[in-house]
Design a protein around this ligand. Sequence first.
Ligand code: GLN
Length: 552
Amino acid sequence: MTGKPKYIFVTGGVLSSLGKGLASASIGALLECRGLSVTLLKLDPYINVDPGTMNPFQHGEVFVTDDGTETDLDLGHYERFVNVRLTAENNFTSGKIYYSVIQKERRGDYLGGTVQVIPHITDEIKQSILQASRTADVVIVEIGGTIGDIESLPFLEAIRQFRFDVGKENVLYIHLTFVPYIPTAGEVKTKPTQHSVKELRSIGIQPDILLCRTARFLSREIKAKIALFCNVSQDAVITAKDVDCIYEVPLVYNQEKLDDKILEILNIWTGAPRLEQWQELLERINQATEPVRIAVVGKYTDLTESYKSLNEALFHAGVHNGARVELIFIDSSTLTADDVAAVLEPADGILVPGGFGSRGVEGKILAAQYARENQVPYFGICLGMQVAVVEFARNVAGLCHAHSSEFDENTESPVIYLMREWFDEKTQSLQKRDVNSEKGATMRLGAYPCRLPIPDSVAFGAYQTDMISERHRHRYEFNNEFMKVFEEKGLVFSGLSPRGDLVEIIELRDHPWFLGCQFHPEFKSRPMTSHPLFRDFIRASLENRRKLRETA
Ligand code: GLN
């Protein structure tokens, strides 16, 4: 398709957590199967300039893009479902919009005019959408929050105006709503949907398509009723039925003919959708049945949202290996030297994910020690690598007071520390930082190249290449002063920055699979192409399981 992009705006009604992000990502996937190029944007109504400083307990994972933007976790769904590489242009918040407008006002750009929500904030929103849509055939814009929230009003007003600006034939509004089943009445109820659409229409937006989240398929009668009350055609009322696995969603939408309807309204002609890769994926998911148990030793236990990409990456790796990954979340702050063996004994593999803050660090160190001593596959991500280094320093290299200076500023062996000066490959410049540097500004964020210099290492075996790129989000680094002594004791430095001044991957020499990486590989795992490190970690955990079963 050439010419002007088409826009799909996705709003949500009735209640939150209906899966608007997944719905948007699945629509993107379906349109991509039709041969269209797609990009996605998330507009978040909160005031934080980005989610980087937000607590994962409250807001879920912070997803990091190649360009080092800390974004909403929905961008993770987008990248997993659609072949896109997103950037800072793909996620903006009220905070970011206001910040930009206020900066312009201070510079005098508004020439003494009164700066107002309409038109200045709404213009800024529209400009940001246009800016992100230069190359795609279809731009899918998800509006965070729920219809009725005060915060999202400027965004809704902006997308209402958008249709006037770019032409009616180029804009489509999809509203995701909820149709609950009430057991005592024995039927599904359409009233919440009616109210939500009424609210949307009161601000001037008439949805073209209703995606109805529900536990059962909607009958023709119910669809007719919703269509009548909400002023949409019957074939634009789509059942978005609950599914067991998120990767089924594109196929379920296709069965409901959602893609046909979108193309019809936007007046786009394409061939039939090529859904083979999604169908094959589902077959592989259904065949992946051999159980493998992975202990995730972290801070945010039970909350799958806090480790969204991590959980997905483990799932992808399981599917690749024909395995069903069972996660045991372990709150590291509860682990003690006395119970660590008993708690971790059922695990076929142990993973310590990234994290900030000192709570539970000693428990994570115990988990790394258990994995090392008992030959259990270990995967340490970011903080997970750092605790493995601390453990090695204390218990193998004999530096019994070793620590990361993040947790003990005065440690006599700061094996992980704040590097004062380092060469930044991204900006090709010397970076300086110290403990007083502003929070956030000092993080190493986004994609960095990494060299894998050792051909017979676990890392090289996984990637099968000597140069990779992975995404980072951390402040602290391995302290090179300790490199030589650790090497002598059996630690392998299998991933380094191109100039060799930053340690990116460590491994243990005499262990079936023990690897720590300073980056976050989970951000780059895809359902159809599992990330090499996750893939091999799960394979090693499966082998460990089989071996244990044989000897039992
Ligand atoms: N807190 C550690 C650091 O800042 C690790 C961060 C992480 O795991 N993402 O270096």
